[in-house]
Design a protein around this ligand. Structure first.
Ligand SMILES: Nc1ncnc2c1ncn2[C@@H]1O[C@H](COP(=O)(O)OP(=O)(O)OP(=O)(O)O)[C@@H](O)[C@H]1O
Ligand SMILES: [Mg+2]
Length: 284
């Protein structure tokens, strides 16, 4: 695959679910290293588009390629190999409630079966640390976590295979503004550390200002706009006008530059070291 080839190519995709046409002749590319946001009204087919990109759903017509590989005609081994290169934070059902934080994060590695126990422990603790949680959190059950912590654990699990591509479906939904800002900072940090390509669904304008390179807009079964924030806000489509109402000045390039600089200078989470008790429990 050429270095500048798109990471994802959606070509002339039509999706029919039951009797409803969700997408009609939809095409878009995701470029390597970019953060692409998908926006659109509720029910416009954003999550369904992610499901197509993840191979969880087959389009009725058209093709989806990831890393140059068509998802429809790949054999099982080739698909498994491609799947190991991406991480997903789903809109719903982020964690398994019967598993501890540690076991939730370890799950994708355990499915590989060949990872030695000590290495698995180290990798899980590293990811926990990376998302700003501490070792004591590894022993907690999902019911003991705040909404922001659940998102962080789900993100740690999405990152456990060191993906190059990350899918996020409404990553800040349900978080208060401060937690949402911290989460956005975290994704920005991870993106620059891990050189990730990110495809994210969001309805949160602040998240768009903070993170995205391009925005794709779904409406009436079509992609009605795609481009930088500055390009997209100029489009006359009623959904776009309503979505950005009152935010037009904030979409200006220099406003976004200043906003991102202020986020970068805000304090980051500090991570306490693992105590002997947690280390012992995880060893057992
Ligand atoms: N498995 C399914 N069977 C039938 N219809 C479905 C299925 N999944 C989704 N739909 C329908 O497809 C449309 C798009 O759903 P989707 O979940 O992609 O919307 P969305 O843009 O993610 O919305 P939201 O912003 O509310 O999350 C909706 O009308 C939904 O009812
Ligand atoms: Mg959705």
């Amino acid at each position: 695959m050429a270095a500048d080839a798109p990471v994802i190519e959606v070509q002339q995709v039509t999706t029919v679910l039951g009797r409803a046409v969700i997408h009609c002749d939809l095409s878009l590319h995701v470029r390597s290293g970019e953060v692409l946001a998908i926006i659109g009204g509720s029910g416009s087919g954003k999550t369904t588009l992610l499901r197509l990109m993840l191979g969880l759903l087959q389009p009725s017509a058209g093709t989806v390629r990831i890393f140059g590989q068509a998802l429809s005609d790949s054999d099982v081994n080739a698909l498994a190999e491609v799947r190991n290169r991406w991480g997903v934070l789903f809109q719903q059902g982020a964690l398994f409630s019967a598993l501890s934080v540690f076991d939730n994060i370890a799950l994708p590695l355990r499915e590989l079966k060949a990872v030695p126990k000590r290495l698995l422990n180290d990798l899980v603790m590293l990811k926990l640390h990376q998302v700003g949680l501490n070792a004591a959190d590894a022993l907690k059950m999902p019911a003991e976590l705040s909404g922001g912590m659940i998102k962080r654990v789900a993100l740690a699990r999405a990152l456990i295979m060191d993906p190059t591509l990350l899918f996020l479906d409404e990553p800040t939904a349900g978080l208060d503004p401060a937690s949402s800002k911290r989460f956005v900072n975290l994704i920005e940090d991870l993106r620059s550390e891990m050189k990730l390509t990110v495809v994210m669904v969001t309805h949160d304008v602040d998240t768009l200002f903070a993170l995205v390179d391009r925005v794709a807009v779904l409406a009436e079964r079509h992609l009605v706009a795609i481009g930088s924030l500055q390009e997209v806000v100029r489009q006359p489509h009623p959904f776009i006008q309503e979505f950005f109402l009152g935010h037009l000045d904030e979409c200006a390039e220099d406003h976004i530059r200043k906003y991102r600089a202020s986020l970068r200078s805000s304090p980051r989470a500090t991570v306490p070291e693992m105590g002997p008790k947690q280390a012992r429990i995880l060893e057992e």
